[in-house]
Design a protein around this ligand. Structure first.
Ligand code: GDG
Length: 462
């Protein structure tokens, strides 16, 4: 059987507090054997390409250090100041700088140079996410003829937005050197096709095969899942139960609404606070019966737009609490801290409403974790943004437009008053979906498509 070479910006192998993606990739590596390659997270004075190998719980990781300039231009620059906002439809925040584009290309070449010697003839290569769009093409230039797959974890923007990126055509063309490209939803896949067909002259057949010039690429929509069964068990375990009890006690009979998000402007936190405030204003008789707990660990603090959103949210949460709090009640518990997964599971379980309202999100795993953590006999209600990839699958949630404070306020009211039978019916349908399409299903969906993909491209003459 072929070995798997997973390549992502960072690696996350072995035990500890892992997210679903790490769990899925670790399971794939354990089953197929292989290596997980990426940046160590460390800075080096001068790039040498020296690889640090580690073996943890049956997984081999291979990491390289990058120079400070790489991190500034590739990671904080092009990946997080240019691509992330653009791909989340925020061209107002996207910064288009040639230095960032140059540094991104250079870092991808460094990845390619370093990982190339590790790839053996029968291996399959699986590249993860927007940090590494050009990597497949760089590997081809270095003679890699293996099957190469690419999975995008964030949305693909509409053509009209993507054309604002000066390097768009070059970036998409380089991506087409991969044999399979995966997206979370049909919507992102269609946006990609629209660009590839209208701007680059591609054609798509009924089997999802895109042809452009001499390239043939299989496009697949495989929504990522979570380890649903394990997460549900964890939510009933000792650590989660301790949190559940502690949080429930602190509510003194009030109803908890929960949000858990990396502190990111794509997650719609300001709109969420304003929608919740609207509910408080429109429902004076119910307002002191609820508490919103928002857990938002800071991320990407080196990027200005993240510092700004952090300041804005502190201001909005402070204003709402100042305007509405009573002597014995504070409407928003806003926590800028990260917690172990077991603690999150306990908080989800203690919450009658999961408020997951990103303005744009590739998938959103919090929506799935919230559902998995619920008590089957007395489950809570998921309120989910229509603009999260998860909305394509999770149609039994209360789907809302997060830009509308009125829709959010109405949905909160409806969720609070929802009869138990309806809560159970909706939850059962959502949970069945999570169990059927869990994270291992996702991994198989992609690696099967890769195994069946048309034969890899011949080595281009250099
Ligand atoms: C990208 C895409 C796509 C959050 N706070 C804590 C914590 N978390 C965990 C959650 C969840 C994960 O982080 C967040 O996952 P999301 O899917 O919500 O979002 P992104 O980080 O933006 O991920 C996204 C995903 O890739 C996978 O393809 O779904 O659309 O943007 O698992 O639980 N975990 C711990 N403590 C925290 O305080 N331990």
């Amino acid at each position: 059987m072929s070995r798997l070479i997973v390549i992502s910006n960072r690696v996350s192998a072995g035990g500890g507090a892992q997210g679903g993606l790490a769990v899925a990739l670790n399971a794939a590596l354990k089953e197929m054997g292989g290596i997980w390659f990426g940046w160590s997270g460390e800075v080096t004075e001068e790039f040498t390409g020296q690889i640090q190998f580690e073996r943890r719980e049956g997984i081999t990781t291979a990491t390289i250090d990058l120079e400070e300039q790489d991190i500034d231009e590739y990671y904080n620059g092009y990946a997080n100041r240019t691509l992330w906002p653009l791909f989340h439809y925020r061209i107002d925040l996207a910064e288009y700088e040639r230095d960032y584009a140059g540094g991104y290309q250079r870092a991808n070449e460094r990845f390619a140079d370093s990982v190339r010697p590790l790839i053996e003839p029968d291996d399959v290569v699986w590249i993860q996410d927007y940090h590494l769009f050009p990597l497949g093409a760089e590997l081809r230039k270095r003679g890699v003829r293996n099957r190469i797959g690419f999975f995008l974890h964030i949305p693909w923007p509409p053509r009209r937005l993507l054309v604002t990126l000066p390097e768009a055509s070059k970036l998409v063309s380089s991506l087409l050197e991969c044999d399979v490209i995966g997206f979370h939803t049909h919507e992102w896949l269609q946006s990609f096709c629209e660009y590839a067909c209208d701007e680059l002259g591609g054609t798509l057949d009924d089997d999802g095969i895109l042809r452009i010039g001499d390239r043939t690429v299989k496009l697949v929509a495989c929504p990522i899942g979570i380890e649903a069964k394990e997460f549900a068990e964890m939510a009933r375990g000792d650590a989660a139960t301790e949190t559940f009890e502690r949080v429930t006690r602190s509510l003194v009979g009030r109803t908890l609404i929960v949000g858990v998000d990396r502190l990111d402007y794509s997650k719609g936190l300001e709109e969420r606070f304003l929608g919740y405030e609207r509910f408080l204003i429109e429902n004076p008789e119910e307002r002191m019966e609820v508490v919103l707990m928002q857990i938002a660990p800071p991320s990407r603090g080196a990027v200005d737009s993240y510092q700004r959103i952090r300041n804005t949210l502190e201001g909005v949460a402070g204003r709402i609490n100042g305007a509405h709090a009573a002597l014995d009640w504070v409407p928003i518990r806003y926590v800028n801290q990260s917690y172990p997964r077991e603690v999150l599971a306990g908080v989800y379980r203690a919450s009658r409403i999961g408020l997951v309202t990103p303005l744009r999100d590739g998938m959103n795993l919090v929506a799935k974790e919230y559902v998995a953590a619920q008590d089957p006999e007395d489950p809570g209600v998921l309120i989910l943004s229509r603009f999260a990839g998860a909305a394509e699958q999770m149609t039994e949630a209360l789907l809302i437009n997060p830009h509308s404070a009125e829709e959010m306020a109405d949905a909160i009211g409806r969720a609070l008053r929802m009869p138990r039978e309806e809560r159970i019916r909706r939850w059962r349908a959502l949970m069945d979906g999570l169990l059927a399409q869990d994270v291992l299903w996702w991994r198989r969906c992609f690696t099967d498509a890769l195994a069946k993909a048309p034969a890899p491209a011949p080595t281009p003459a250099s």
